[in-house]
Design a protein around this ligand. Structure first.
Ligand code: AHR
Length: 678
């Protein structure tokens, strides 16, 4: 029995309860949300080989090769260094055509393929430079080059260069265009549009080819290809993934991490300053998940992404601690990091009279962005030196001192790490708790916030997930998630924000030329180059956010059935011999303007469960209600690229609603009942 109590006003639901968390993991941006289609566009992903690139030679009689130039920063010879366009674009690809027979060129394979769709315009651009026949300038004291001289090739590079979007075997051309390479020894950027015809069948098995039919040496850099983007933003985002996010109605976006904020070493932290401005000035950086982020998704792009979703940024600033355990002590050594965070905040909210506010305006966004919360670091409980107390305090004093309207979030939560919490100065107003659990743990702990101290800090559950299923989670995980979310929602006077993690996964496994795309199992939204889908957990997130009132309705439960849960190692060590968890979970909220009541119920078992629902203290309720259900027949049921909506919400109308009625919950289901009061 569930009794919803309308006799006294409930607490407010936090207006920022449901948001998103993001970082560059699992090819979330490069090969994911960020719409760039060319992999390794500035040739810096791998020092030894032009990863993602290959030689195209239609006729075996031709003689041609490709070579990475200037990749090894320390050892590269003088001649190679002279080929840098600037400090960021210091590596390039050389195509040498000694004998031209038929078409010769370079091909990019994209991020596990390049997607091609009908009637679509793709914006291609690249820097190219023709044969360099000049004797390199050398100071008298420069050593003679030790590398073999370039082959003597007729300087014949001027003329048309062809750009095609074509099938991987080169037999089908989906779109093509040409640029006219001037007889130039100097770098020049060329841009063109490749448009596909209406009868092209969608495919991801395509490549981008830039080719010539003349001898010479051709140098390439910053090769880029963009499909149409969400809201047509230049350097923007993939439309299908953005739509999925917008449909979730997120109130905020926590970025840029996660581990991605910190980097493995102090020198690898998210370099927000070098992610600004034109792509020409973004060298990319090491990243935290084993591949090199292009930083095409830079600070401004994160902020525009928020704007496009109607969400607020929750900005995480680097706090002087990195993943391999190094930290910068509080005190004068930390000051540059604090200043860097202040600069970053100024870029986000400073007006145009400020240095960084003016930069933002110059980057195309004069209006300051919204910002209320700044998170200081990420998961600093891993810092065994216990330096966070001092670091947090130094950051908070500077940030809240300069911007009293901002609230700094501590990444060490009192309840999770009582021996590490921040004690110098006032207690943090908001703390970030992370929970990666299995479904049993979620069910066991779904009520944990019912018992939390209301006089302590507010809670931001900044990363959490039920980790079952890979690469995206299955139905059982969604049942764990939904149970956990009822607990957060019921307590959203305390839990003011929450966001699932990780958000994205490129689901490609390893190929002959590209590694497996993901590093973390159990993710929310899966995709390849062409298609995308939501996990059962995605639908739960979306529905919980969509069907939410502004007041918590207190619910009392009686006779909720329980089930035994398998004991964990810790239980056995603690001498616990049996444990039960509930099999039904619930929360209710109401919109006090419209009178709509949202009752969420989760049945985690294989059996139908009848629940009696009493609406106490309500004057009237409409006889019809809307019911949205996510369910499946097996806990392992899941969605995938090939079966994207096996588990998806179904909406029906339920009749016969009175102030006391019974509802049968389907096996393995999450039900949201939308009732109309008054
Ligand atoms: O979400 C994956 C990782 O889990 C995050 O980068 C990190 O903050 C957490 O440990």
């Amino acid at each position: 029995v569930l009794t919803l109590d309308f006799t006294k006003p409930g607490a407010n639901v936090s207006p920022m309860l449901y948001g998103l968390m993001t970082e560059e993991i699992n090819h979330s941006y490069d090969g994911g949300l960020y719409a760039e289609l060319v992999r390794n566009r500035i040739f810096k992903d791998n020092k030894n080989t032009p990863e993602g690139w290959s030689l195209v030679q239609d006729d075996p009689a031709a003689k041609a090769s490709i070579k990475l130039i200037g990749a090894s920063e320390e050892k590269r010879p003088y001649d190679e260094r002279r080929l840098a366009i600037n400090g960021a674009l210091s590596t390039c690809l050389r195509l040498t055509v000694e004998k031209a027979v038929g078409r010769v060129g370079i091909a990019n394979e994209g991020y596990w393929g390049i997607p091609v769709r009908p009637s679509t315009a793709y914006k291609a651009s690249f820097y190219i430079k023709g044969t360099d026949r000049r004797e390199p300038f050398r100071h008298p004291w420069e050593p003679k080059p030790t590398t073999p001289p370039l082959p003597v090739i007729e300087n014949n590079t001027a003329g048309p260069i062809t750009v095609t979007l074509e099938s991987n075997d080169g037999k089908t051309v989906y779109a093509s265009g040409t640029i006219n390479l001037e007889k130039s020894d100097y770098w020049k950027k060329y841009e063109l549009t490749l448009a596909t015809a209406a009868d092209v069948k969608p495919t991801k098995d395509a490549r981008l080819v830039i080719s010539t039919d003349r001898t010479g040496q051709y140098y390439f850099n910053l090769v880029s290809l963009f499909p149409p983007t969400y809201n047509n933003r230049p350097n923007g985002n993939r439309t299908d993934l953005m739509q999925m996010l917008v449909d979730m109605k997120p109130k905020f976006l926590r970025f840029p991490g996660g581990n991605f904020l910190e980097g493995p070493l102090i020198t690898d932290a998210f370099p927000w300053k070098q992610t600004l401005g034109p792509l020409e000035s973004r060298p990319g950086h090491k990243g935290s998940w084993g591949y090199r982020p292009s930083d095409g998704m830079g600070l401004l792009e994160f902020l525009l992404w928020c704007e496009d979703m109607g969400a607020e940024p929750v900005l995480a600033v680097y706090a002087g601690y990195s993943l391999e355990g190094d930290h910068v002590d509080a005190g004068p050594l930390l000051n540059p990091y604090v200043d860097d965070a202040l600069d970053e905040i100024q870029y986000v909210i400073g007006d145009t009279t400020t240095y960084w506010g003016a930069k933002r305006a110059a980057d195309g966004h004069p209006a300051p962005f919204k910002l209320k919360y700044v998170e200081i670091g990420n998961e600093d409980w891993f810092d065994r030196s216990n330096s966070y107390n001092g670091r947090f305090t130094q950051f908070r004093t500077a940030i809240e001192g300069k911007y009293p309207q901002l609230t700094c979030i501590s990444t060490i939560a009192d309840a999770q790490y009582p021996d590490m919490k921040v004690t110098s100065g006032k207690a943090p107003a908001v703390v970030d708790e992370h929970y990666y659990r299995n479904s049993w743990d979620m069910w066991e702990n779904a009520s944990q916030y019912d018992k939390y101290d209301r006089n302590g800090p507010k809670i931001f559950v900044g990363e959490w997930a039920t980790r079952e299923g890979a690469p995206t989670t299955n139905l059982n995980a969604a049942l764990g998630d939904a149970a956990w979310m009822t607990g957060m929602e019921r307590n959203s006077d305390l839990v003011i924000m929450s966001c699932y993690a990780p958000l994205f996964v490129n689901v490609n496994t390893a190929t002959a030329t590209a590694p497996k795309a993901w590093q973390w199992d159990s993710d929310l939204i899966g995709y390849n180059a062409l298609n995308s889908y939501g996990s059962p957990s995605y639908y739960v997130q979306k529905l919980f956010s969509q069907y939410l009132g502004n007041k918590i309705v207190p619910v009392t439960a009686a006779n909720i059935p329980v089930q035994n849960r398998p004991l964990t190692k810790k239980d056995s060590t603690d001498g616990i011999t049996s444990k039960t968890v509930p099999t039904v979970f619930y929360s209710a909220t109401m919109n006090d303007t419209t009178g709509v009541i949202y009752l969420k119920m989760v049945n985690t078992t294989a059996k139908k469960q009848a629940i009696k629902i009493n609406l106490d203290g309500i004057a009237k309720v409409a006889p019809e209600a809307t019911l949205v259900v996510v369910k499946g027949s097996e806990p392992e049921d899941t969605n995938s690229i090939t079966d994207p909506v096996k588990i998806a919400p179904v909406t029906t109308t339920v009749k016969g609603i009175t102030k006391s009625f019974t509802r049968n919950l389907d096996p393995y289901s999450v039900s949201i009942l939308q009732l109309q009061a008054g």
